[in-house]
Design a protein around this ligand. Structure first.
Ligand code: DON
Length: 309
């Protein structure tokens, strides 16, 4: 079903766009540095398949940290919550997403949650399969099913660009390997993780994945329960407590929607029982979240009373 451009959303996008000038595109992954900081788009996907949008929602974005909530769902399905939460915690950190600081203060080096890079690397480490290719294909199939698009793939250019510059993620991984939390070859893990982060799709597909989480893991169109209810709930809870990193508290107060951001400028939102949201606005604030994307969600939440609190 084509996505309808919506007048009310266009007004909110126009208002939120004013904030793009205060943000900066991520350039620590060189391939992301070429995005246009003034872009802003939104798609809303409803359970009945209807979709409304504003801005250029066909533009493809890489998932980056948004992928962390999806890999978590897959690993929880593979291994079960008991196994997963022995290796990664459930608490917000109050630190930036790539911080190494708390790892050394924790015994036994268990990352505080699966949304920060240290925790996400442990989650990716747990994806089952006999080699990197098979593990990646399993994640990709899962994502294709949720987005209902079998052509979704990853950007080799973005994956390579991050692979070549992932010094901090390698440091986190070697620290975790030293403490036996990660057991595989670090280069293989970084290969898989950078491919995972480079999976690309448009805002409409992102909104559809948000809708699956909003519907507690069910795909209302196919009738299939893609993610078990208890696992979809765990993922949504992490989106509330850690989805915006050290901005999650303010985000919960001002917006009150489970959401996950990525340094590409994407935000996936899941309004429980109602709809999924896919936003793309590559100019980021100092905490690595889309600056205009957050403003847009704030306007949307205020206008339509979407806060779950
Ligand atoms: O590991 C990284 O640094 C990136 N691939 C993902 C980080 C990210 O998206 C943080 N989000 N706001």
């Amino acid at each position: 079903m084509p996505c309808q451009s919506n007048d009310e959303l266009n007004i909110l996008v126009k208002e939120a766009k004013k904030y793009t000038k205060d943000g900066k595109v991520a350039d620590y992954i060189p391939a992301l540095g070429r995005a246009n900081p003034h872009d802003l788009s939104i798609a809303i996907h409803y359970p009945d398949g209807q979709c409304i949008s504003a801005g250029d929602i066909e533009r493809k974005i890489t998932l980056q940290s948004i992928s962390k909530v999806i890999s978590l769902a897959l690993v929880l399905m593979d291994k079960g919550p008991g196994y997963v939460f022995e290796r990664v915690g459930m608490e917000p950190t109050g630190d930036p997403f790539n911080s190494i600081a708390k790892l050394e203060t924790l015994s036994p080096a268990k990352p505080l949650n699966p949304m920060i890079n240290a925790g996400a690397l442990v989650v990716t480490h747990m994806i089952e399969g006999k080699n990197v290719e098979e593990r990646f294909q399993r994640l990709l199939s899962f994502i294709r099913e949720m987005a209902n698009d079998s052509t979704i793939d990853y950007s080799e250019e973005v994956a390579q660009s991050e692979y070549k510059t992932s010094f901090l993620n390698r440091s986190l991984s070697y620290f975790l390997k030293q403490h036996h939390v990660i057991k595989e070859d670090v280069e293989e893990l970084i290969d898989l993780y950078t491919k995972q982060c480079a999976i690309e799709m448009n805002s409409l597909e992102l909104a559809r994945i948000g809708m699956i989480f909003a519907m507690d893991g069910a795909d209302p169109q196919s009738g299939k329960q893609i993610i078990p209810v208890h696992i979809a709930r765990i993922c949504k809870t992490f989106m509330v407590t850690c989805g915006m990193y050290n901005a999650s508290g303010e985000f919960a107060i001002k917006i009150g929607i489970p959401a996950k951001s990525g340094v590409s400028g994407g935000i996936m939102g899941a309004v429980p029982g109602k709809f999924g949201i896919g936003i793309f606005g590559p100019a980021l604030d100092k905490k690595g979240n889309s600056i205009a994307g957050i403003k847009l969600l704030e306007l949307l939440s205020e206008t339509y009373k979407l806060s779950m609190f």
